[in-house]
Design a protein around this ligand. Structure first.
Ligand code: KG4
Ligand code: ZN
Length: 357
């Protein structure tokens, strides 16, 4: 089985060709970083136009690089949400048109499911597994029970983790996108212990029951520290302390989720997956590595090339649906908001009922 995947939910125009044995035949990503950098963030209208200008060429390149003919494709998968509506429309319409012309099924993919199922593309990971999904727009802990079957244990009450990285970076005068630049700058911290003493940032929600997050207080604390002008060394120290707080919070929230997962689910190799753009952060990975080792669990983090937005994960999620016989009608609409789990429309209900002790 060969599936073409299309991704355009934010600021990457991407197309990829993936087979059902997990081979990525091509994975083309065109970043719009240059277009958005002058504005310090993604401008939806600019993103939509850039997707429109480039989508045809990116799909063509993905097919060519895969060394296949269009007729070899068994289905076309496109991200239909969540994300910026302009970009979603470009990807969804491109995918539906191609599927319709080829007479092949169309599969509307939830972008978050693309991130969630990546460990099955690269490592054939079996269900169920625990997932920490941390990206620019989402911070959630979920149990992935199967394709399309997600149980949410926690979510953020305010900002997403990636959003907090990006906003804090902006406060510190670091270039967009903030996450990778905070990580890079933190590497210049010369004395990590002294840095934590100098900039003791909060660890919101740490020690509380459940698996919810809250990041806006962390961002505000960074703003308070940056009220006087900081030297380059101080910025590096602050980035280190920020990353430390992020890692501590994530490990603490995941600890509660692990206890719930291990007591309610049977998995041959119990695994915590960290996915989404923020999962590229090596300090966070390392903290989660320690945590999982303590609980005799495995930590899975995608290869760095598949942490950020890409179409290989969309093609794979489409393929997982297709082989179960799930396809989408061509009338399927793009959805700027599209939660993975059914409980998400009722905020925090699942977190409280499932993790009460
Ligand atoms: O999954 P993703 O590429 O796009 C969304 O679906 O949102 O995630 C993007 C987010 C951005 O907030 C970006 O700053 C963050 O992931 N990010 C990082 C790192 N690389 C990307 N955050 C922390 N450390 C990184 N190395
Ligand atoms: Zn993403």
């Amino acid at each position: 089985m060969i599936v073409l995947g299309i991704e355009s939910s934010c600021d990457e125009t991407a197309a990829a060709v993936v087979t059902d044995n997990g081979e990525i035949l091509s994975n083309i990503i065109l970043s719009q970083l240059e277009e958005h950098t002058p504005y310090g963030g993604v401008v939806p209208e600019i993103a939509a136009r850039a997707h429109l200008d480039n989508m045809d060429r990116i799909i063509h390149t993905a097919i060519q690089e895969a060394g296949i003919a269009l007729g070899d494709i068994c289905g076309v998968a496109a991200t239909c949400g969540p994300g910026l509506i302009g970009g979603l429309l470009v990807g969804a319409v491109s995918g539906k048109t191609l599927a319709s012309i080829l007479g092949k099924p169309f599969i509307a993919v939830n972008h978050l499911e693309g991130h969630a199922l990546t460990p099955r593309l690269t490592d054939n990971l079996a269900f169920p597994f625990l997932l920490l999904l941390v990206s620019g727009g989402h911070s959630q802990i979920l149990i992935v029970e199967g394709v399309g079957r997600y149980k949410r244990l926690g979510t953020t009450l305010d900002d997403a983790a990636g959003e907090c990285f990006d906003k804090s970076a902006k406060i510190l005068g670091l270039a967009f996108p903030g996450g990778p630049n905070v990580e890079k700058t933190a590497k210049n911290c010369r004395n990590p212990i002294a840095a934590l003493k100098k900039f003791p940032l909060p660890t919101p929600m740490k020690g509380r029951q459940g698996c919810d997050f809250s990041f806006s207080g962390l961002k505000t604390a960074v703003r308070t520290c940056a009220q006087h002008e900081l030297t380059q060394d101080e910025i590096a120290d602050l980035c280190h302390s920020f990353q430390h707080s992020m890692s501590e919070v994530m490990a603490d929230r995941c600890k509660n989720a692990i206890q719930f997962f291990l007591s309610h689910y049977k998995a041959e190799t119990p695994t915590l997956v960290v996915a989404g753009g923020v999962s590229a952060n090596l300090a966070i990975r390392s903290r989660l590595d320690d945590l999982t080792a303590k609980h005799n669990m495995r930590l899975y983090a995608p290869p760095l090339s598949l942490c950020g937005d890409n179409a290989a994960m969309i093609a794979w999620a489409g393929l997982e649906h297709l082989r179960l016989g799930y396809t989408s009608p061509l009338e399927t609409k793009a959805r700027p908001r599209w939660p993975l789990d059914p409980d998400a429309e009722k905020p925090h209900k699942s977190a409280k009922t499932s993790i009460s002790r």
